[in-house]
Design a protein around this ligand. Sequence first.
Ligand code: DGY
Length: 423
Amino acid sequence: MQTLVQNASDILRENDLGTYTVPTHGLYPFQWNWDSCLTALGQAHFDEARAWREIETLLAHQWEDGMVPHIIFHKEDDGYFPGPDVWATGRDVPTSGITQPAVAGFAIKRLFDRAKDKELAAKMARTLLPKVFAWHEWFFANRDPEGTGLVAILHPWESGRDNSIDWDDAFERVPTEGVLPFTRRDTQHANPEHRPTQAQYERYIWLVQLFRSLNWDNAKLHDASPFQVVDPGFNGILLRSCMDLADLADALGDTDTAAKSRAQAAKGIAAMESLWSDKHGQYLCQDRRLDQLIDSPSVGGLIAGFAPIPAERAKALADKVTEMADKVSYLVPSHDPDAPDYDGKRYWRGPAWLIVNYLISDGLRRAGQIEVANRIATSSVQLIEKSGFAEYYDPKTGEPCGGTRFTWTAAMVIEFIAQSEKG
Ligand code: DGY
């Protein structure tokens, strides 16, 4: 185990560019939002100051309206597409114009709770808390204009689950006419069979061009987008962060932020019930444009359990994970392996991801589903022992896919092993 932790720490250091960490050299040469927040959890085991710095750097690039972008292009690198010229967001340090799962609130609370350097933790938490709160406020104002309690993603990249089967039908509404010619770079770094298709990329870029034509005005993007999906995993992460931010604000004596964050979490968690499917025994996405649930049993519905959901829902999600364990060798597949479009090697259409395992197992542990939480953790470490620190894995064979020497995979290994040593 100590060798694994050492190897994982080596990867975090190798991908560390001083004030931020790249997910992996080559394929992802910039700072990604939720990658960084989860990476900080791993870094904190050997350098707390560096861990805080990771999130501080991300939030230094928050937009004036509160949005925290999904990519910060700290320096030029033409090995990635779409780069700053495609996004054209007009920032001094270029950023993308969309966001990503709001895991920062959870991450800063966890860094704070575990800190050995309490003074630094209090200082950093006080500095970062209002920024994270502003991001949460931005979400509810701009991505939930009707006040349902749940926010929509407007681009599959926002979910982090880029080519999930969940988006396929809604994506049909996104045209490809008018997309300017482009050359993909991802397929030069990774096996094209393990990546999104060309047709999906054209739609990704069509949406970027649409938002760009609206000058990235977040007051306009939601209603203008043909793609508006309420993802239970995305919302689960946001709502958990709201709840954690409330607890953190209490600890820091900020009762106003605590009360507002707690109200956001309570409203959202109540609204999550509208996404529950008895047929699948899990949460589903909702196509907000059609006001319909999307009949797609993906891991988004299990990540929802990261939020403090009702106990009977957490129990059902634990049962679902147990059911999945009979279908694969390594938990947790990103899509039900029995579903027709399942593809065990193609990015988010089947592969297992360690960060997802971490979120699900953390939520289940919190809900008292300890056995299943431990099972996910054990399976995760076995997967890394067999196949190294890849971006994602075929859950049936354990084959490593996508990028190699992957930062957040390494960070999660450190977390899983530390958790198992704690018992
Ligand atoms: C990619 O480029 O594949 C990213 O997931 C988009 O952020």
